[in-house]
Design a protein around this ligand. Structure first.
Ligand SMILES: Cc1cc2nc3c(=O)[nH]c(=O)nc-3n(C[C@H](O)[C@H](O)[C@H](O)COP(=O)(O)OP(=O)(O)OC[C@H]3O[C@@H](n4cnc5c(N)ncnc54)[C@H](O)[C@@H]3O)c2cc1C
Length: 590
């Protein structure tokens, strides 16, 4: 069983050296959040993640949440950790000070978010969903809803959920049957009735109260998604139980510590959030927050997988190096000497650190979107975030499926055995590719909505931005990566035009190409990220600092360029191949 070690130095490299977060924050008028402050927050977060949360990961997996006559039980340690999390101020770290929070920008706290997810993903989901509920209420709630709810969510004495899914309505929310009716006894109030399934942390005893953000349909509302409204449904109102209860908790493949609940609403008292029939637009605030958060889960799991695999490969002795014995006095060398094990480890490392470089950049853009120093810059940052959300969500979680599987492979038989704890990472990772919109739906969002938005100008401006890195002088070590990135940015443009033209005559072309197009974008964005990181590392090497650390970054950038980037060729070819063979009825007949 591996305990989690927060990768402080790697995180500092991304935050300070590649992204220059403190300088970016100073430009936004947040100079008080300086380099030392960010490091101090990171250090406190690391202590909490390593000391308090890390043991919960295996405990939650081995002692799954369960239903006990209407009450949902999780290990006691989960409750203690929640209390410590709240008393330590973590529950309100990003929230506006007017509601009791600390108002810390995202780029200053993203590292601690990653640590909490890596250390105990199932536990972290509860407070992660609460953050999303808080943001949705602040963006769309009435003054009364905000004042009456948000300070409790900030302090952590209440938590939040999102209730969308129903047995016959998952991806297609337009099919939902949960009903809302005006409460004739109480002006401005509603009553909600229906069943929601798969509700994460729908019921538990970590907090005094739970507020559910529930999608439901009012009578005579338009059919489909245009007729959905969003409601705030507390578990308790003034200490009295509302008409909402948990009917059961699912038994599932992973994230055992997170209760996945069937929730029954029987004439539950509710208030409307936002406009009648405007529910989906409100919920998108929560979903966009959650989709980046799921990308973060992918990164957190990849980091965990990388830590376990790299440690094991250094310790496990099997076989001899084909060139020179690494441990001549012993009967075998550590498996890290073998090229195939190094292939797996470097794939793990380049995807994990590449995911961090990309995701932290997107969070930096989000800060700019929310508090930019000039309006056009903020708007543009917001457009890029919207474009990048489906890529981050799907690519980082698909990568997590690969990294967590590779970590098992590096362990050989020991990886398949429960005692090492590595197989849990793979089981936990699978859900990240499914919830918050499956990765297939992310691909459709990218090619069907984001690509053509604003006449394609968002992609144009993003490609120009990505191309900036090619203006910098490039050392020979990184030249192959730079050359390939230049080609890929052109190919991205050409591929997009090709796809939109093909889709003009056959709409199936979008769905047929989506997953490959998204993967192409993901690998190209990681190439851009690795080039940026490599340039910073090369510059540091010239000044003689921490040679092992920086040489490692350059080496991984080179590995990524030579061994993973060729995957873009296959994805581009698949996009260009079109839908015909996929939609040929003969392929799936019978
Ligand atoms: C552990 C867990 C926790 C969850 N937590 C929550 C939660 O807190 N709140 C909540 O509301 N929900 C939650 N969910 C639900 C989750 O978001 C849904 O399971 C997910 O959105 C997929 O919906 P579905 O299961 O109905 O699959 P379906 O919609 O039936 O999809 C099945 C397959 O068909 C594909 N597909 C469907 N429609 C299309 C289409 N139009 N085009 C192309 N492909 C399509 C999908 O990509 C998928 O591969 C959770 C689920 C699980 C398992």
């Amino acid at each position: 069983m591996y305990s989690y070690q927060a990768p402080r130095r790697d995180m500092q490299f991304v935050i300070h050296e590649v992204l220059g977060c403190a300088q970016a924050l100073a430009k936004m008028g947040r100079s008080e959040v300086d380099h030392d402050t960010i490091n101090a927050i990171m250090e406190e977060g690391a202590k909490f993640a390593e000391g308090v949360l890390s043991p919960l990961n295996a405990e939650g997996d081995q002692t799954p949440a369960y239903w006990d006559n209407g009450v949902v039980r999780v290990p006691d340690s989960f409750k203690t950790a929640h209390q410590q999390f709240c008393s330590g101020g973590w529950s309100g770290i990003g929230a506006d000070p007017q509601y009791g929070g600390q108002g810390l920008p995202i780029q200053a706290r993203v590292a601690t978010d990653e640590m909490f997810v890596s250390a105990a993903m199932a536990w972290r989901m509860c407070t992660g969903l609460t953050d999303g509920a808080m943001q949705t209420l602040i963006s769309h709630g009435s003054a009364e809803q905000i004042q009456g709810t948000v300070p409790h969510l900030v302090s952590g004495v209440w938590t939040g959920t999102m209730c969308l899914t129903e047995p016959h309505s998952g991806t297609d929310l337009g099919l939902m049957r949960t009903r809302a009716a005006v409460d004739t006894q109480s002006p401005g109030q509603y009553r909600i009735s229906g069943t929601k399934i798969y509700i994460s942390w729908g019921e538990h005893e970590l907090s005094e109260n739970i507020v559910h953000l529930v999608l439901a349909k009012l009578p005579d509302s338009p059919a489909g998604t245009r007729g959905i409204s969003l409601f705030l449904v507390p578990k308790k109102i003034d200490g009295q139980a509302n008409g909402v209860r948990c009917l059961s908790v699912e038994h599932k493949m992973g994230i055992h510590g997170s209760p996945t609940c069937v929730m029954q609403f029987d004439e539950a008292k509710a208030t409307l959030i936002g406009q009648v029939n405007g529910g989906l637009a409100c919920m998108f605030t929560m979903m966009n927050h959650a989709r980046l958060g799921v990308g973060l889960q992918g990164l957190g799991l990849s980091e965990r997988a990388w830590q376990a695999a790299s440690q094991y490969a250094r310790d496990r002795l099997q076989g001899r190096s084909m060139t020179q014995a690494a441990l001549p006095g012993t009967s075998a060398d550590p498996i890290i000497v073998h090229p195939d094990v190094r292939r797996m480890l470097l794939t793990l490392r380049s995807l994990t650190e590449g995911s961090r470089l990309l995701l932290y950049y997107v969070y930096q853009l989000q800060d700019r979107e929310l508090s930019g120093d000039s309006a056009p810059e903020s708007t543009r940052a917001g457009e890029w975030v919207a474009f990048l959300v489906p890529i981050v969500k799907a690519f980082l979680t698909d990568s997590a499926m690969e990294t967590t599987s590779l970590a098992i492979q590096v362990h050989g038989g020991a990886g398949f055995i429960r005692a090492t704890g590595v197989e849990q990472y793979l089981r936990d990772a699978k859900i990240t590719a499914i919830y918050e919109g499956t990765n297939g739906i992310q691909a459709l969002d990218l090619v069907g909505r984001k690509l053509a938005a604003n006449g394609g100008r968002i992609l144009q401006s993003l490609l120009l931005e990505l191309g900036q890195v090619l203006q910098a002088p490039c050392p020979p070590s990184l030249q192959p990566l730079a050359t390939r990135l230049a080609e890929l940015l052109q190919e991205w443009q050409a591929l997009s035009v090709h796809l939109l033209q093909a889709a003009a005559t056959n709409p199936d072309e979008l769905g047929a190409a989506g997953a490959d197009y998204l993967a192409f974008c993901g690998y190209t964005l990681l190439a851009w990220s690795w080039l940026r990181a490599g340039l910073v590392a090369e510059a540091a090497l010239q000044s003689g600092q921490e040679p092992e650390f920086y040489a490692g970054k350059v080496a991984v950038a080179r590995f990524y360029a030579q061994r993973l980037l060729p995957r873009t060729l296959a994805h581009a070819a698949a996009v260009r191949a079109g839908a015909a063979s996929m939609m040929d009825p003969a392929g799936l007949a019978g």
